[in-house]
Design a protein around this ligand. Structure first.
Ligand SMILES: Cc1ncc(C[n+]2csc(CCOP(=O)(O)OP(=O)(O)O)c2C)c(N)n1
Length: 455
């Protein structure tokens, strides 16, 4: 390259930088003057509404949304005063619709789809839990006790609404039609697993069913869900985003960011908190001291409802209304579903170390969401208890068939551990991949299980 050419490039770059600096200065100037105009227009508007600073009412900008009054006594707001946010219910203990409550009037087919999903989920949980105990899969988490919260929500949503889950929402995915065999492939991490066997069991995901892949780190899905809801708002696609999380995850900093961003950016999102009383061994009284998670929604300016999470119609009505509000008004809504985690936290947990068997059996009997819906179905003449036995038998067969198929499937090729780290395989990772291949060629005889992998 000639010196002359180098100098001309240098001059060109310098000119370019100068131009950019000028441009940025200009853009900044414009933005500042636009902001000043908006600010003074807003002040004019406040004045016109009689909201200018005055001694008759405290019009601080920090409290403009709620228009408080002055008070001459230092009255602290005591959180323990009052009786707590009420729990919305529709079904009584006997499975009949309570007087004055709204029956969602779902058709027999709709009710049966819900019920069948709850029963299948239960059967799948029992089989996969046992499979883990026998060491056939590495890990599992059951959904016992939370079937109505999951299935009732799924039924109330549009099939294209985007779901971000925590890990205990398999019922939502099942209701949307995720095949049993795919649950099994994921838990076995075999070559037919959509996630290519890279994550722990129960970390499902299904692009075609608008269900974002689960990841283990608590709370991270919450601000991400808000971001996608903001994008849905920009697109104006009429869909909303739904974000599930537990009472424990609600203590993460991400939960705060998510609720606050959702409120201030006016995003069409429904947050569904599964308040099941525990975060592993931590009971809710060690998790928080406020009125559950619902009371926080109000603090963020988020429309909030607390429902009986064991009552499928209460969950259905609540989430349906929440969804409509979120889409219609571009606003976040929080639904706190009160329920109970009947199973252990996961297969790595023995919950008898921190809670009594009496407590568990109380919720298994009294709060059982599947039994409650079944009682309703029997009253409607849609179902008989004899049919339950038959259904359990045939679901068991279906689950076991899928289970055996997944168990006999090969694991994907080892090379899959290197793909998808980036969109395109960088050279340095390509080199590692070649080294791994070479390693297995050289030391084939040192490994006893290579036949389980696709080559
Ligand atoms: C950031 C982070 N901290 C801790 C953990 C470990 N952990 C996994 S599940 C869990 C409890 C979550 O409880 P909750 O949100 O109430 O959901 P539940 O299991 O009751 O459905 C914890 C602490 C984690 N996965 N991520």
């Amino acid at each position: 390259m000639s010196l002359q050419y180098k100098i001309s490039i240098l001059i060109f770059n310098l000119q370019n930088q100068l131009l950019q600096t000028e441009m940025f200065r200009y853009i900044h100037k414009c933005a500042r003057s636009t902001y000043r105009t908006i600010h003074s227009l807003r002040q004019e508007l406040l004045k016109a509404q009689g909201c200018a600073y005055s001694t008759s009412s405290p019009n601080f900008p920090g409290s403009e949304h709620h228009k408080p009054e002055w008070t001459n006594t230092p009255n602290f707001i005591l959180p323990e005063r009052g009786s707590g946010i009420p729990v919305y219910r529709v079904l009584g203990d006997d499975g009949a619709v309570i007087d004055g409550a709204t029956n969602p009037q779902l058709s027999k087919d709709e009710c049966m789809h819900m019920y069948e999903t709850m029963v299948t989920l239960n059967v799948m949980d029992k089989i996969l839990y046992e499979a883990q105990r026998h060491g056939r899969i590495s890990f599992y988490m059951t959904n016992f006790g939370e079937e109505a919260t999951q299935v009732g929500s799924a039924a109330a949503l549009d099939a294209k609404d985007l779901i971000w889950g925590q890990y205990r929402e398999a019922g939502v995915l099942m209701y949307r039609g995720f095949p049993l065999i795919q649950f099994m492939h994921q838990c076995y991490g075999n070559r037919k697993d959509i996630g290519k066997g890279r994550q722990m069991p129960v970390h499902y995901g299904a692009k075609d069913l608008h269900f974002v892949t689960i990841s283990s780190t608590l709370g991270t899905q919450m601000p991400q869900a808000v971001g996608s809801a903001y994008s849905y708002k920009m697109q104006g696609n009429g869909q909303c985003v739904v974000c599930f999380f537990g009472d424990g995850a609600a203590s993460e900093g991400d939960a705060h960011g998510a609720l606050n961003f959702a409120a201030t950016l006016e995003c069409p999102i429904v947050f569904i908190c599964r308040n099941n009383g525990y975060a592993i061994s931590t009971p809710t009284h060690e998790q928080y001291r406020g009125d559950g998670i619902a009371s926080r929604g109000v603090g963020y300016g988020v429309a909030t409802l607390r429902v009986n999470g064991n009552d499928i119609f209460a969950v259905y009505n609540g989430v349906k209304e929440a969804r409509e509000m979120a889409v219609r008004e571009n606003r976040p809504v929080l639904v706190e579903a009160m329920t109970y985690r009947i199973g252990h936290h996961s297969t790595s947990d023995d919950s008898s170390a921190y809670r009594s068997l009496d407590e568990i059996s109380y919720w298994e009997q009294e709060g059982n969401p599947t039994k409650k819906l079944e009682a309703y179905l029997i009253q409607q003449g849609y179902w008989t208890s004899e049919q339950t036995e038959q259904m359990l038998k045939s679901k068991r067969k279906e689950v076991l068939t899928a289970f055996a198929e997944a168990e006999n499937e090969k694991i994907g090729p080892m090379t899959e551990a290197y793909n998808d780290v980036y969109d395109v395989l960088p050279q340095r990772i390509q080199r590692q991949l070649e080294e791994t291949k070479e390693h297995f060629r050289k030391y084939k005889d040192k490994y006893s299980n290579l036949d389980k992998f696709e080559s």
